[in-house]
Each structure stands twice: as C-alpha cells, then as structure tokens.
Design a protein around this ligand. Structure first.
Ligand code: ADP
Length: 371
C-alpha cells in the first residue's frame, strides 16, 4: 500500500529532531514524507509501509546510516537509497557506495534544490526498475505461451495429417467402393479439423498484430452473418437462433475483432448444444449505451462443470473432446476482448446451459455527437 494516493512514500532517517522537522516542512508538499529518529524506528516503518526511497543521515548512534542501508539493501533491494554524509567523511562515502549500494550520496549541509533533484531522479529510477521488472515478467509469460503454442499447434496440426496419410494408404489397396467412400468421409473430417485449427491460428495471429480499426458497427448485420456462417455445422440446423438489439446510440469498435468474438461464442453455443434437448436454442442479446455494448450469448446446451469454469479460457483447454474444436476458441475470445479493453463473464450450469456476457467499450468520440 502506498502512503498517499498519488505520491510515493519517502522515509527520512536522522537522529536530530530539528533536521527531521525541517525535512518534513520543506518536502511535504512534493512528496509523501515519513520520518524516523533512528535506524531501528526506520526499520519498523519499512516493515509497515510501502517505502520507495530511503534518505538517511550517516552519523547516528547505535547504527550508522551505512549499516542501516546495508541491511535494507538485503531485505528490500528495490527501495532506492540515498545517504547524507559530512563533506570530509570519505570513508563513509566509500562504504555507502560499496556496502549500502546507494543511488547517490549528498554532502551536508544539503541544499533544497540539489536534494529535490536527487529525490526526483531516485524516484524515477525506482519507477523505471519496476516497469522493467513488469515488462520482463510479461515477456517471460509471452515467451512461455509462444513455446507452448508452437508445441501444441504443431502437434495438433500433425495429428489430422497423420490420420489422412493413414487413410490414403488404406485406400490405395482397397477395392470395395463403400469402404473407399468411408475413408474419404473420414479424410474429410480430418481436413475440417485442420481447417478449424488453421482458422484459429490465423485469428490469434491477426488479433496480436493488427492495429485496432474503429468503425461504426451494424450489429444486425454482424449477428445475421455470424448465424449464416454457422449454418453448415452438422447439428446447427437443429438449434433455434434468436437475437435482440437494444439501445438508441451508435456503437463504434473494431469490426473484425467483434466478428471473432461473436463467431467463437456462437460456434460454441451450437457445438455444445444439448442434443437430447427437444428444443435446443441460443440467443444473442445486445444492449448498447454510450459507454459499452453488452453482448450476451446464451444457450440451453450441455453447460460447463463448475471446476472447469476457471480453465475454459486457457490456451488449448478442452472440456469436451468431441473432435471438432482446437481448445483455442475461448482463449482467442479472451485475448481479443483484452485488446479492446473489454471484459467477459461466464455463468453456466452443467446440464442446463451457459451464458457468456461480453462488455466492449463504445469508441464513439465527441466528434460523433456534433450535428
Ligand atoms: P473448443 O471449443 O475448441 O474446445 P474453446 O476454447 O472454445 O475450445 O472452449 C473450451 C471449452 O469450454 C470447451 O472444450 C468446452 O468444454 C467449454 N465450452 C465453451 N463454450 C461452451 C458452451 N457454450 N457450452 C458448454 N461448454 C462450453
């Protein structure tokens, strides 16, 4: 937790009360300042608060500034450290650099401007180091995902190819026409599977690389074409599809990405429909206001077990292996929604059905309201 909402917390340690008082008076407008009159008290504050920068006097009874900073550098290596020393205290300066790993040393008496500049540099350096850390951990995660992606994608691409090659081998020596047709149909299934996976990989890659392109969205057209696209799914004829669009404002966003989101959710609602159900159905409900489009895709299909709900957005996760999907659909949906700074929620009851609710920010600008 930070000491103040916006300002970064600075700890100043000095055994002389008047120095603490003047430091506070001089800097309290610019920074969130906390003070301690000994290294021990300083340590206590460090344990309780999210201190970003420590400035300490060198000459203090019990524990010197260098000893204090040395201790801190082991326990809180990310906190930036500055020491105040006497002008001629060369030995202290050297140990502050070597042992206390200080960012800067300032000789006393310090001048306000000089110390302020040092504090600003020190806080900048803290911020930069933190940003670097965050970027590095994001990069690591992306690399791991990429590794897993390449491994799994190549494995999943090879499986249908191996199956097609096997069928071709069988067909070469087969004379029975019926058997040959059976092999061809099986081959067709494998090719469809390859096609699904390639479609997903293309969607994934386009989402990562393409710039966001904002335009007016015609939901009526978008939903109709999505339904149309999925007409050829085996069971889709049996699933009744409805949609409702509400709201009297325009909606602007990235059309390609919305197509990807809707297409994956509708495809799932169809593929995971409950075939034992008399009237399998899905509905798309859209509510538009000036801030968001809220899109709900609801089905009365097989539903999702509670323990699976946390994992359905993972890369390559498949809860139901019916040989039609790649396990990438919802991962792509999530990544695409993230790109649009939107959010997704899911509600599902096993055996009853699922509801996926997506909220996408409306990119309608001020210029759109000008008459
Ligand atoms: P795929 O459909 O290719 O398996 P997805 O990432 O689209 O991959 O979905 C992951 C898993 O989430 C599916 O395997 C399925 O178990 C579950 N799931 C997704 N959508 C639905 C739905 N509408 N109804 C029931 N289960 C679903």
């Amino acid at each position: 937790m930070k000491g103040d909402d916006n300002k970064e917390l600075i700890l100043y340690v000095d055994d002389e009360q008047k120095n603490l008082d003047s430091f506070k008076v001089i800097f309290r407008r610019d920074y969130d300042v906390t003070v301690a009159d000994s290294a021990v008290q300083g340590m206590k504050i460090m344990e309780e608060k999210d201190v970003r920068l420590v400035i300490t006097d060198q000459r203090m009874p019990n524990m010197t500034g260098v000893e204090f900073l040395e201790k801190i550098s082991n326990i809180y290596p990310d906190v930036t450290r500055v020491i105040l020393t006497g002008y001629s205290d060369e030995e202290a300066i050297i140990s502050a650099i070597n042992k206390g790993k200080v960012f800067r040393y300032i000789t006393k008496p310090w001048k306000k401007d000089e110390l302020k500049q040092t504090i600003d540099y020190a806080l900048d350096s803290y911020r930069l180091r933190n940003q670097n850390k965050e970027l590095l951990s994001r990069l690591k995660k992306t690399n791991q995902e990429l590794d897993e992606f390449v491994y799994r994608a190549s494995h999943d691409l090879r499986a249908p190819i191996a199956s097609i090659l096997g069928l071709i081998n069988l067909a070469k020596t087969e004379t029975d026409k019926e058997k040959l047709v059976e092999y061809l149909l099986l081959g067709e299934k494998s090719i469809e599977k390859l096609d699904y996976l390639l479609k997903d990989i293309i969607q994934f890659s386009r989402n990562s690389h393409l710039k966001i392109n904002t335009e007016k969205i015609d939901f009526d057209h978008l939903i109709k074409t999505t339904f149309e696209l999925h007409k050829f799914f085996e069971v889709s004829g049996d699933v009744e599809k409805n949609y409702v669009i509400k709201g009297d404002v325009e909606f602007k966003s990235d059309k390609f990405r919305l197509e990807v989101i809707l297409s994956n959710l509708v495809s799932n609602a169809i593929r995971y429909s409950n075939l034992n159900q008399n009237s399998a159905s899905l509905s798309v409900d859209v509510l538009i206001d000036k801030d968001w489009a809220t899109i709900k895709v609801t089905d009365n299909g097989v539903g999702i077990d509670e323990e699976q709900l946390d994992r359905i957005f993972d890369m390559f996760y498949r809860g139901i292996d019916d040989n039609t999907g790649s396990g990438l659909g919802l991962y792509i949906v999530k990544e695409t929604i993230d790109k649009l700074s939107g959010r997704i929620f899911v509600n599902s009851i096993s055996g009853k059905g699922s509801e996926f609710m997506v909220q996408i920010p409306n990119q309608l600008g001020i210029e759109d309201f000008v008459m």
